[in-house]
Design a protein around this ligand. Structure first.
Ligand code: ZN
Length: 548
């Protein structure tokens, strides 16, 4: 059988120069291209002959959209390959080097049928990949506007196992895109990977259904979960190493629920370092900041931060703690999960399996007489009782409650069976918060409000509102970043009197309105009228505030 060098008719005297160290086909291609760049077409034609794959020119060749099967750009660039058509589940792909086993293994993750290989030149393959993934073509690939592809790091793929490479790549991608969660969702015939970015879900990838079992095993191994069990809900966590300019460790929390089409995974990305932990940088108003600082001055009492998941309430809690560090206090936290590691405080991680629950741990923590106790979340009566006892016996207690606003926090405590007298004695104040999407500053425009909209949503005669029309910078969503909307309710004597009356939620809300003018709804409405958020976002806020 003729070698590649024979086919190219490379003279014997030059062979030594280029090929002595080129043991593999891969190295040989590099050496030959370095020896004579003009050889390219002849080289790949020879490679095609040798491998019995047809040689094709990609210039001007039509590339079918549906043949990409969701393959990421970095993968195609790494193996220098590009699919161009799919016929009866046979995927036709042009490779630079048809001999690499690894590329076929990676392809199996995206395509379960047969692969028909061709050979094309490196420059043509790279050109076509570039052209296909051009930013204005992005909707073709993901079918969902609002998602942008950033530069991918090839190193992510540099491990031998294709499943490991795949899982690493979408976790790294999620971190780059600032996603808070990555969801792996099995459907009837395929698998979808979605990111939650700024509160909204975006589809990132679509994979073959067969990939699920491999991804499942990989994530379970990382998260120290049971591999054999695929019909149970499971929790786990692992540390993900991200190699950027420096090595970063990122905590990932995993939860699995079995759906009718298989296991659905949610990976929560924790410990992100780009979040401000300074209270005055989170977006509270000057008045609210003064109120919060006052609440933290006391050496006892309880401050509760509330809001739905993803409203930034634990960030506020950490910022409050962070601001206290310099005071030489004994600060202990009981958390689930530990979202940020703060060296100056003693952080304890709840572990239900090992019977380290919030309530159990708190009992022991109290024996060590800490000045400040942070409780990740109050979920049950036992924990709330302990928290109240701690806060009326000389400890400052900071915690979160999963409620929608300050009013419902008070009524939730009453519903949990806490006596109004104890609420008044223990609770210093409640911070309620939400993150709402801001109008993109690049495509912001004003418009006349209809009478109907004005009547329903604004109560007053306000004729102009703003919205984003969509531009390249906001991926045609009209939104850009999020802003905090918050309320701070201090338990003044007037509020305490109201709590003692034991009103139901509606009546309490109504009465509170008369003495407290810092509600979430009012503040969100201010953002609307100031042209910071659009009406659409305000409606969404109202819906959640009333129905959740
Ligand atoms: Zn825009």
């Amino acid at each position: 059988m003729a070698t590649l060098l024979d086919r190219l008719k490379i003279p014997f005297e030059t062979r030594e120069k280029i090929s002595v160290k080129s043991i593999s086909e891969e190295n040989l291609i590099e050496s030959l291209l370095a020896y004579d760049p003009k050889i390219e077409t002849r080289l790949y034609k020879a490679l095609a002959q040798q491998s019995n794959s047809p040689f094709i020119r990609l210039d001007g060749k039509e590339i079918q959209e549906n043949c990409f099967c969701g393959m990421p750009e970095a993968l195609l660039k790494l193996h220098r390959m590009i699919p161009f058509k799919i016929v009866e589940n046979n995927l036709h792909i042009a490779f630079e080097n048809p001999y690499l086993i690894r590329q076929y293994e990676d392809l199996k993750l995206y395509h379960s049928g047969k692969i028909i290989s061709y050979v094309a030149t490196r420059s043509e393959i790279l050109q076509r990949i570039e052209k296909y993934y051009r930013k204005d073509d992005i909707e073709k690939l993901y079918k969902k506007p609002g998602y942008k592809i950033a530069e991918e790091k090839e190193e992510i793929y540099h491990t031998d196992d294709p499943t490991v490479r795949l899982v690493n790549s979408f976790i790294a991608k999620g971190i780059h895109e600032n996603a808070s969660d990555i969801h792996i969702e099995p459907k009837e015939n395929h698998l979808i990977i979605r990111f939650r970015i700024n509160g909204d879900m975006y589809q990132y990838d679509r994979l073959e259904k067969e990939t699920l079992s491999k991804i499942s095993v990989r994530i379970k191994v990382m998260g120290d979960m049971s591999i054999t069990d695929s019909r149970k809900c499971q929790d786990g966590k692992f540390e993900f190493m991200l190699e950027e300019d420096s090595l970063q460790k990122i905590d990932i929390r995993v939860s699995i629920i079995p759906t009718i089409f298989g296991e659905k995974f949610a990976l929560r990305i924790l410990n992100r370092h780009n979040i401000s932990l300074k209270l005055n940088e989170l977006g509270f108003t000057a008045g609210q900041l003064i109120n919060i600082q006052n609440l933290l001055q006391y050496s006892s009492g309880m401050v509760l931060c509330c809001g739905p998941t993803g409203s930034g309430k634990s960030t506020t809690l950490y910022a409050m703690i962070q601001g206290m560090k310099h005071k030489n206090l004994n600060i202990t936290s009981v958390e689930d999960p530990v979202e940020y590691k703060i060296p100056a405080i003693n952080q304890i991680l709840v572990n239900e399996k090992a019977n380290i629950t919030f309530a159990n741990t708190l009992k022991y923590v109290l024996r060590q007489d800490p000045d400040v106790i942070m409780i990740g979340e109050i979920r049950d009566k036992e924990t709330v009782d302990l928290a109240i006892r701690a806060s009326i016996t000389g400890h400052l207690v900071l915690s979160t409650l999963h409620t929608k606003n300050a009013t419902s926090t008070i009524t939730r405590l009453l519903d949990m069976g806490v006596e109004p007298y104890y609420i008044n004695a223990a609770l210093g104040g409640v911070i309620a918060q939400r993150l709402v999407r801001k109008i993109c500053s690049h495509c912001k425009t004003n418009y006349r409000v209809t009478k109907e909209e004005s009547r329903i949503f604004m109560d007053i005669d306000h004729k102009q509102l703003y919205c984003g029309t969509g531009c390249e910078l906001c991926n045609y969503s009209g939104y850009q970043e999020r802003i905090l909307v918050s309320e701070v309710l201090v338990l003044t004597d007037a509020v305490k009197t109201l709590i003692l009356k034991g009103f139901n939620q509606e009546k309490f809300k109504l009465e509170l309105k008369k003495i407290h003018n810092d509600s979430l709804q009012m503040n969100c409405r201010k953002l609307l009228l100031q042209g910071i958020i659009p009406l659409e976002e305000y409606k969404r806020f109202l819906f959640l505030d009333n129905h959740q």
